[in-house]
Structure formats: C-alpha cells, structure tokens
Design a protein. Structure first.
Ligand code: HEM
Length: 372
C-alpha cells in the first residue's frame, strides 16, 4: 500500500512540476491557448485518441478564440497562415522533423519518419530516382493494368446488380501499384475475394494504434513482455490482418536481403534499391528495410485511395462537372491502352483542376511548429 501511495504521490508531484515549467518557464509560455493544453499532453490525447482524431477540428475552434497562433500542447504551437508554411519549410532552413509526431507512421527507420535533416536527406537520395517523373512515366503500364482490372470488377458488379465499395477498390488500385514500386512483387489485392477488405481493416488499425502509441509508447516494452497465449486471445480480426500484412512484408524483405541482386533486371524496387546501396547505416538493417516498405505502402495507399474516393463523390454529385470531364476526355481521344501518354492527361485543364490535389480535397493544410 505504502509503495502505491509513494508511486502515485511521486507521479502527481512530477506532473505538477512539469506543468509549472510548461506554463511559466517554457520558451512557448508566451503564446496564447488553453492552459490545460499547454500543461499536459493529456488534453491532445483526449481529442485525438478518446474522440478518434478530432484534435484538428478542435484546433480550428481554438484559432477562433485565440487568434492565428495557438499553443496546442506543451511542445507545439499551431499557426494558421499558409504563407508561413512556405517560409517555415524552406529547404535552406534544414529543419529536423518532429520525431514524436512522426511516430504515427510507426518506427523511425523509414525515410518519411526520419527525424534528423541530414540522415533524412541521405535516405531520401537512395530512392530519389525511383520517384522521378521519368520513372513514374515508365510505370504507366502497371498503373493501367490495375485500373483496367478494377474496371472489370466494376462491370462484373454492375452485371450482377451488386454495389461496389469504391473506397476499397481505389485503395486496392493504390496498394497494388505502390507495392509493385516498393516490393519485388505487387500485393495484388485486386485479386483477393474480399476486394482488400482485410487489408483495409488492418490499415485502419495501423493508424488508430499508431496514434495511440504516440502517447502511450512507454507501454510498448510491457506489451512485448506479454505471454504469447494472452496476446493471441486479445487479438481482434483487424489486428490479425495487420500482423498478416507485416509477415508478408517481412518475407519480401528477407527474400530481398538473402537473394543476390539481379543485374539483368530492367528496374529495381524500393527495398532492392536500399538493399543494394553500398553504404549500410549501422543498426538493425532488416528492421529499417521493413519499416521503409511498410511506410511507403501506407504513405501511397491511404492518401491516394482517400483522395480518389472524395473526388469521385464530388464528381458524381455534380452532373455539370461530370459532363465537362467526359467531354474533355472524349475530345482528347483518351483510351486506356498501352499507348496512353500520361503527359496528355497532365495537360487536360479541367481534369487537372479536378484532380485530388488541385481540389485540395476536404483536407486542411495545417502547420504545427514543434519545439522540445
Ligand atoms: C493524394 C496522394 C498523396 C498525398 C496527399 C500525399 C501527401 C504527402 C505529404 C503531405 C507528405 C509529407 C509528409 C511529411 O514529411 O510530413 C508525403 C510524403 C511522402 N509520400 Fe506522399 N502523398 C500522396 C501520395 C503518395 C504516393 C502515391 C506515394 C508512393 C508512391 C507517396 C510516398 C511518399 C513518401 C515516400 C513520402 C516521404 C518523403 C520524404 O520524407 O522525403 N505519397 N506525402
């Protein structure tokens, strides 16, 4: 009993001490915002985890009350000014990424969540060519193949009079294409009977769990100590799907590391490129390769799938837009065959203005400047 009192007393004292520091002595103390948000991460935890990702919406309300610059946590201020975004992220500044925030993507081994500027730069350089416009153009046949396959699935559903879940279908196209880029072989979700539903549920869990683990990362070692038999009983179906996906990626990584590089191949995938890099960063290379594969697939699937779903919704809602888009495609004689020139598509003004990024979707551009 005495131990518990001591433990909780110590914890309460430590919380009070850090809250006093954050409120009065931190370099961010002068910025306006709710006192609770400034003194503890539990405020953000409530909106982000308990209310399922509602903090961005709540921050909007905070701006209405406190103005364009608001302190949103003990370590962050939020600036509502798109011009400042350009200034803050200018390449000359060589800013580090905010490691705590990037925990949402999983481990720190992958490029997207690499904290230090110079390490990020060298990792990014390894696969820069893989994302160049020339490389993307060379990938058009693979994209077309996936789009055509999705078209056949839609026709089949139409013939059977069954609705098709477009949100899943788009995510399958995206995941199949991006995995063909990142792994030695595509995930081929469009071939799956459930049309990627299992994969989607695993991906959703990935984001939910990653957001929670941002705050509760200290629990991870305890979870690792949990006996296997209890761990298995706690697993939900989405968790099983996620583990299955990770096992599949692990197998790809193992295969890439073990097999000798195939010099006769016309194109190497992302993890082959990283693997064949002569400079190997010290540390767990296998783990880094796995995180890179995981995060590349996450980065390219959810974003593209979401953007396409939202864009389709708005196009279908508006008959005028539909007509204009169709007309533009007909006039440009666009057809889905191997001769499709992507630059022609990129120069269709109406299509481009309604493309997801041109439309900005319904996402807000937000900027959080972090200090620790
Ligand atoms: C509509 C589609 C997409 C949107 C809105 C989007 C958005 C973003 C954003 C905002 C970032 C910056 C993250 C940060 O550092 O804070 C990013 C990074 C990244 N995205 Fe995308 N993305 C999309 C599609 C894709 C696709 C298709 C791929 C893969 C083929 C991809 C791969 C990556 C990678 C690897 C990074 C990390 C780059 C780095 O850290 O240097 N993204 N994306």
């Amino acid at each position: 009993m005495f131990i518990f009192v001591l433990l909780f007393g110590g914890l309460a004292l430590w919380q009070a001490g850090t809250a006093i520091y954050h409120l009065w002595f931190s370099p961010l103390a002068k910025f306006p915002g709710p006192k609770l948000a400034a003194s503890t991460l539990l405020y953000e935890f409530y909106y982000e985890v308990i209310c399922s990702g509602q903090y961005t919406r709540h921050i909007e309300k905070m701006h209405e009350k406190y103005g364009p610059i608001v302190r949103i946590s003990p370590y962050e201020v939020h600036i509502k000014d798109p011009d400042f975004c350009v200034e803050a992220f200018s390449p000359v500044k060589k800013l580090d990424k905010y490691g705590w925030w990037y925990r949402v993507f999983g481990g720190p081994g992958a490029t997207v969540s690499t904290e230090h500027h110079d390490v990020h730069r060298s990792r990014r350089a390894t696969f820069k060519n893989l994302l160049s416009p020339v490389a993307v153009r060379g990938f058009v046949p693979t994209i077309l193949e996936k789009v055509k396959q999705a078209g056949l699935i839609m026709s089949h559903h139409a013939q059977m009079g069954r609705p098709v879940n477009m949100s899943n279908l788009y995510r399958c196209i995206a995941a199949d294409t991006v995995s063909a880029y990142a792994l030695p072989a595509s995930l081929n979700l469009l071939d799956s009977e459930d049309l990627g539903e299992e994969f989607q549920s695993g991906l959703r869990l990935f984001f939910e769990a990653a957001t929670t683990m941002r705050f509760l990362g200290f629990l991870q070692p305890l979870m690792m100590m949990m006996p296997d038999i209890i761990f298995r009983r706690l697993l939900t179906n989405p968790a099983k799907s996620l583990i299955k996906l990770i096992r599949r990626l692990e197998a790809c990584v193992d295969e890439t590391i073990q097999k000798p590089s195939d010099t006769g191949k016309s194109r190497s995938c992302l993890i082959e490129c990283i693997n064949s890099n002569t400079y190997r960063e010290p540390g767990a290379f296998h783990e880094r390769l796995l995180q890179e594969a995981e995060q590349f697939i996450v980065a390219g699937t959810e974003t593209t799938g979401y953007a396409l779903s939202v864009t389709t919704f708005y196009i279908l809602q508006n008959v005028d837009i539909q007509k204009k888009l169709r007309q533009e495609l007909v006039d440009a004689q666009i057809s889905l065959n191997e001769h499709l020139d992507i630059t022609v598509l990129q120069n269709l003004p109406y299509l481009v203005s309604y493309s997801p990024l041109g439309n900005h979707m319904d996402m807000e551009l937000e900027l959080a400047v972090a200090t620790s």
